[in-house]
Design a protein around this ligand. Structure first.
Ligand code: ADP
Length: 449
């Protein structure tokens, strides 16, 4: 427990905003407590007042019925008073008290007839007050065996105008006390529940604050990682260019044996793989950090498509694939020309890479105010499951054929980001062992001038 308290204290110290939450939570709980306390007091006051009024009314009725106590039979009066007190469970006793010539108070009639003739000793102040003002009843509060009760006294004038008779009612307050205590107990249960609720909310809020700081840390680490990748990729670029340059230089020199040429070309292939990886990593970090620049111009897609197809023809020829272009309709689009080339190299390049035999064809047509660039191949295709992951970073389909093909699994992710940045879209449909269709769409540029 002290450990938990210690942790909570440390958390409060390191997150000043938690103080505010704690303060608000305590103010709400405190306000609830004060309201409950006030209302229970008001309810108690109201209940007591009702009892006093009832006692007052009872005495008033009796005052009228008691014109001259001398004419009343005390036993008969006692029976009636007992009946009345039985009607009201709060009435403990009901007495008519007379002051005799010695100034002593003697019970004349009572709901408890055994008390007739006994001296009435208590509450002389109430009697004095009642005597001084016979138009009002006087109520005082007393405690007997831990139970509160009200004593209400009213003085009555006899036919000769003398004030020596009193009507006294003792009323128990325990019934009212039980009701009020029950109400307070229920409110306290509610208050405890509320406190628990507030504490749960407070702990949840504290946890949210933890998540916020964790998120901030993660973002920092992520930025650090991006910076590191970007820096490392840049640093790798120069030595790689040097290695590839020397490999090419060696390859062209005459004195190399067949075996040596093989070694040099292995060096070049490996360096090329690294080169692809480095440039893809650089693109990823540029895109993620929002640093990839786009220089928009009006571009005729037909020209670019033809140019890229020609630059890749050598790769297709090496694999005995037919590579063709069908231009149905080519409209101007507004994109970054260099990025469009990059996209086409990747998509047409993939079709050549992942096709063992048959053809790769590129088509241009328009549809719904969009320029469509359509690349289809008769290659190995992509399974339904794999199609769902195609645009994820580093995703490569794993099978016997793809393991022999050089790739980073970053090309389609980069391609999609670039196309969408240029307000276009990409869609790939494929059937395993049949072939793949890729459709890239860009809005046709409408010159509004
Ligand atoms: P890679 O560098 O591996 O080619 P890409 O992101 O360009 O990475 O492609 C992801 C994966 O999608 C590839 O590894 C390949 O398995 C699959 N793929 C992409 N294009 C084709 C295609 N035209 N035919 C079959 N598979 C393809």
């Amino acid at each position: 427990m002290p450990r938990t308290l210690h942790t909570a204290w440390n958390k409060l110290r390191s997150h000043p905003q938690l103080w505010y939450t704690l303060f608000v939570a305590l103010v709400i709980a405190g306000a609830f407590f004060v309201v409950v306390y006030r209302f229970s007091n008001i309810a108690q006051d109201a209940e007591e007042r009702v009892q006093q009024v009832r006692a007052g009314s009872l005495l008033e009725v009796f005052t009228v019925l008691l014109p001259d106590s001398g004419a009343i039979n005390p036993l008969y009066a006692s029976i009636k008073m007992k009946e009345i007190s039985e009607l009201d469970k709060t009435v403990l006793s009901f007495d008519i008290v007379k002051e005799n010539s010695d100034g002593k108070l003697v019970v004349f009639a009572s709901s408890d007839s055994t008390r007739i003739g006994s001296e009435y000793r208590n509450a002389s102040l109430s009697f004095a007050l009642a005597k001084s003002d016979i138009t009002n009843a006087y109520t005082t509060q007393h405690v007997l065996n831990n139970d509160r009760y009200f004593k209400t006294v009213r003085a009555v004038k006899d036919s000769r105008g003398l004030v020596n008779t009193y009507i006294v009612v003792d009323q128990s307050l325990s019934q009212a006390d039980v009701v009020i205590e029950g109400a307070i107990r229920n409110s306290m249960y509610l208050f405890s529940l509320m406190l628990i609720g507030v504490m749960i909310l407070f702990l949840r809020h504290a946890r949210t604050i933890d998540y916020i700081s964790l998120y901030k840390r993660l973002k920092e680490v992520d930025t650090l990682k991006d910076d590191f990748i970007s820096m490392a990729s840049h640093e790798l670029r120069t030595p790689l260019t040097t290695i590839r340059g020397y490999a090419e230089f060696l390859n062209e020199s005459k004195g190399l044996s067949g075996k040596e040429k093989e070694y040099v070309s292995a060096i070049d292939t490996s360096a090329q793989r690294l080169d692809y990886l480095v440039s893809d990593m650089l693109d990823v970090s540029r895109i993620e950090q929002g640093r990839m620049s786009f220089n928009y111009t009006e571009v005729v897609p037909e020209n670019i498509v033809n140019e890229i197809v020609e630059s890749l023809r050598g790769n297709a020829v090496k694999k005995n694939l037919s590579l063709s272009v069908q231009i149905k309709d080519s409209k101007i689009i507004r994109v970054d020309e260099v990025r469009l080339r990059q996209v086409l190299v990747n998509i047409i390049g993939n079709s050549i890479k992942y096709t063992r035999e048959g053809s790769v064809s590129v088509g241009l047509y328009t549809e719904n105010k969009e320029q469509v660039i359509h690349v289809s191949d008769t290659g190995i295709g992509i399974s339904k499951d794999a199609q769902e992951h195609l645009f994820e970073k580093f995703y490569r389909v794993k099978n016997k054929y793809t393991s022999e093909v050089v790739g980073t699994g970053l090309g389609l992710w980069i391609t999609k980001q670039i196309i969408e940045h240029m307000h276009g879209s990409i869609q790939i449909e494929s059937i395993e062992n049949v072939g793949t269709h890729t459709k890239i769409r860009f809005p046709i540029y409408l010159n509004k001038k």
